[in-house]
Design a protein around this ligand. Structure first.
Ligand SMILES: Cc1cc2nc3c(=O)[nH]c(=O)nc-3n(C[C@H](O)[C@H](O)[C@H](O)COP(=O)(O)OP(=O)(O)OC[C@H]3O[C@@H](n4cnc5c(N)ncnc54)[C@H](O)[C@@H]3O)c2cc1C
Ligand code: FES
Length: 273
């Protein structure tokens, strides 16, 4: 791995807060000056959940969710298994080890370019940081399509509105916001766009990313997807995060941890995904 490309550090950090903000969904924040000063939206951390335990042995990847007061980072995570369950049990003052920031991060839109963000479930994790940067530092207006299965899963609405985001919320069962899928709402908005060509940033389940990528390619629109597949090491060693590259004989696969996790839509072979 070319470490000079992405200067990473390992920090043992003391947890500042770790609270449940939605069904099985936790927001954790910790001070870490070295990591925060290097972090870009779309990058991720490899977190060692329990520094003494042999199980889970491997670090777990989490997107950098946002920055607080320029010296604290946040992660947003859903409890799905052993590692995230252990993480959710940690309290203020407990420590974790974080390696990062890893990966490439999002390419920001050009001046005056309209950004459409599409988040499915925990896909909101990296897109929140992108929103922070676009609205605060870059002074861009952001339109976001945010989708969850049910109202119980919905998080961060007030925080996003606080950043001035033009937000469209969907739930699959219609219990909050518009009933349906974010992809449909994003697609309808694109159909209504006049001459402006927006750039789309998407993160969520693979099926959602595939649909968005294929439609953006068909419309000849710039689109960046943030892939969140399985990762063994996060450092380009285990080759466990391969994603089939589209039309590249020289490089048949990308490694999501090294070459991504953010890819331009046309880089990935979506038929194989
Ligand atoms: C670059 C990157 C960024 C990520 N960012 C976030 C984030 O910000 N917030 C967040 O909640 N999660 C994120 N994830 C997913 C997160 O890493 C996994 O949910 C976590 O590793 C699960 O660990 P566990 O020990 O709790 O579950 P495990 O015991 O390892 O697995 C429990 C169950 O979850 C499934 N699972 C595990 N990992 C994934 C995955 N990546 N995709 C789909 N299913 C999975 C397993 O198949 C199994 O059924 C990210 C993944 C990547 C690669
Ligand atoms: S996770 Fe090991 S090479 Fe990418």
């Amino acid at each position: 791995m070319d470490k000079s490309r992405y200067p990473m550090v390992e920090e043992v950090v003391s947890i500042g807060f770790n609270r449940e903000i939605g069904k099985d969904t936790f927001l954790m924040g910790f001070p870490c000056v070295a990591l925060t000063s290097r972090a870009k939206p779309g990058q991720f951390l490899m977190i060692q959940v329990d520094r003494q335990a042999k199980d889970p042995l491997l670090r777990r990847p989490f997107s950098i969710h946002g920055v607080l007061d320029s010296n604290r980072l946040m992660i947003l995570y859903k409890v799905v298994g052993k590692g995230t369950a252990l993480l959710s049990a940690l309290r203020e003052g407990d420590t974790i080890s974080a390696i990062g920031p890893l990966g490439n991060g999002f390419t920001l839109p050009g001046p005056g370019e309209r950004a459409l963000l599409v988040a499915g479930g925990m896909g909101i994790a990296p897109l929140f940081f992108l929103t922070q940067v676009l609205t605060r530092a870059q002074n861009h207006s952001v339109k976001m399509f945010l989708g969850f299965p049910t109202s119980q899963d919905v998080v961060l609405i007030d925080q996003l509105k606080g950043l001035g985001v033009d937000l469209s919320l969907t739930t699959e069962d219609g219990s909050l916001g518009i009933k349906g899928l974010v992809t449909d709402l994003w697609d309808q908005t694109l159909s209504q766009e006049s001459t402006q060509k927006p750039v789309t940033y998407a993160c969520g389940p693979a099926s959602m990313l595939k649909e968005i990528a294929q439609k953006a390619i068909a419309r000849n629109l710039r689109c960046y997807v943030c892939l969140e597949g399985y990762m063994g090491c996060g450092l380009g060693i285990c080759q466990g995060c391969a994603a089939k590259a589209a039309g590249s004989k020289d490089k048949p696969y990308y490694y999501v941890c090294q070459d991504g996790p953010v890819f331009s839509a046309e880089m990935i072979d979506w038929e194989v995904m």
